[in-house]
Write a protein that binds this ligand. Structure first.
Ligand code: SAM
Length: 422
């Protein structure tokens, strides 16, 4: 082939990003739930794939555990994943092992990717790779990329292979011949494409810089092409390096924790709004919100900025006395926020619980939430400051409030008791 007459093309974005983007686009349009990346190296593709929440199981395999360990903790959930878990589920597993060995944990994936890996294997190992991946793992789809040696003359200063560890670099015809053999042996079909376009005029003669085969398993209705299928012994040859389950609202413990925190903050906000309104300042709170976001932030997702709406929503919020479960001798003054008010005012409480009945059931044995005796209202304890504000109001006496039952008096009494006993 003649030397190119112009400077070689630079890839924007870089070629490795284009290869990963190819996989990401495939994932976006095909929505696989279980994805396995072979030769995952420092997990850079996996790190991008974890943001595609249709993926529920993300697995990486590499023969070089040291490379995997270098960055594997970057696959851990972020603090926001714990603070605001979603309903999506994600489990990540990373293994050390060779693609030439079988391992039962890596069977039955929706998508297997092998990005710039096969050229690092000897031709004998490529045969084993074909058997293990297409004959044993039998993914529904596989994306295999490898250098196209026909492009090499366009790479400036390149002598020999693109990397010292490459055992071969195939032309398009060689890649096609291998891929078609795989298809006929193991029941797949393949489409050829690539990333890294040469300058116009060179496309036909050299093709893409990285050639890609997209394989899809043919549904034959039997497993005659599946190696180690029914009745075969389970093999585990890989070493698990890392595994993590992302927090999900499908986990009942997490759902309960998030619901309790939404209930407590929703009830607290409804209480404050009701108390402000009672003290004649209610309208100012809705008047000071300049944007919807500001109001959302202030109300914690509890709806109703207009004062008429608030009046309706606050219906049923009232003072009550309550006997603490922990300390039956102490009666505290609280604000009672009916569960139906919470349920209808706080969209997140509504979504997380699903129904008012569920909400009651989920809160029933929850130690962090005080419910009224009939279980129909959340009791929000009043801080000393709330009560001092309330005390300043002339309508305090009308509410039937008894100073002797104030929490601060009870707390003060308790403190005196402790002082006396030490
Ligand atoms: N796939 C990665 C990406 O897209 O960023 C880069 C692949 S890197 C060029 C090749 C990787 O294949 C290396 O991390 C190497 O350790 C791994 N590898 C080589 N032989 C392997 C084998 N037999 N089984 C599993 N991984 C292997």
């Amino acid at each position: 082939m003649e030397e190119p007459l112009f400077p070689p093309p630079l890839f924007h974005p870089p070629l490795h990003r284009q290869r990963h983007q190819f996989v990401i686009d495939f994932v976006k349009s095909n929505k696989p739930q279980k994805v396995l990346d072979l030769g995952c190296c420092e997990c850079s593709l996996l790190k991008r794939l974890k943001f595609h929440r249709e993926v529920q199981l993300l697995v990486g395999l590499d023969i070089d555990g040291t490379k995997v360990k270098k960055k594997m903790y970057e696959l851990a959930p972020l603090s926001t994943d714990y603070l605001q878990p979603s309903y999506d589920q994600l489990r990540v597993e990373l293994y050390e092992g060779s693609v030439t060995e079988r391992d039962a944990r890596l069977r039955g994936f929706d998508l297997v990717t092998s990005i710039e890996l096969i050229e690092h294997l000897t031709l004998a190992d490529v045969e084993r790779f074909s058997e293990v991946v297409f004959g044993y793992m039998t993914p529904a789809a596989a994306i295999v990329s490898t250098p196209n040696c026909e492009y090499n003359p366009l790479l400036p200063g390149l002598r020999g292979f693109r990397h010292s560890d490459h055992k071969f670099e195939w032309s398009r015809a060689e890649f096609k011949s291998w891929a078609l053999k795989v298809c006929s042996e193991f029941g797949y079909e393949v489409e050829f494409t690539g990333v890294g376009q040469p300058a116009s005029g060179y496309q036909e003669s050299v093709g893409f810089c990285s050639q890609i085969g997209v394989f899809r398993r043919l549904e034959r209705g039997d497993d005659s092409n599946v190696l180690g299928g029914h009745g075969a012994e389970e093999v585990y040859s890989y070493t698990l390096l890392y595994s993590i389950n992302y927090p999900s609202l499908r986990d009942n413990n997490i759902l309960q924790r998030v619901l309790v925190s939404e209930v407590l903050s929703g009830a607290e906000k409804l209480k404050s709004r009701w108390m402000e309104k009672k003290s004649g300042e209610g309208n100012t709170s809705s008047a000071t919100f300049e944007t919807e976001e500001e109001e959302e932030e202030h109300t914690g997702g509890c709806t109703g900025g207009a004062s008429e709406d608030q009046e309706e929503e606050d219906e049923g919020v009232c003072w009550t006395d309550f006997q603490s479960r922990q300390d039956s001798c102490t009666s505290l003054r609280c604000v009672s926020v009916p569960l139906d008010v919470l349920w209808s005012c706080c969209p997140r409480v509504n979504t997380l619980s699903g129904s008012l009945g569920n909400l009651r059931r989920l809160l029933m044995d929850e130690p962090d939430v005080e419910l009224s005796q009939d279980g129909n209202a959340v009791l929000v304890n009043c801080l000393e400051q709330d009560l001092e504000e309330e005390e300043a109001e002339d309508d305090l006496e009308d509410s039937g409030y008894e100073p002797a039952s104030r929490p601060h008096s009870a707390a003060a009494e308790q403190e005196e008791d402790w002082e006396a006993s030490v």
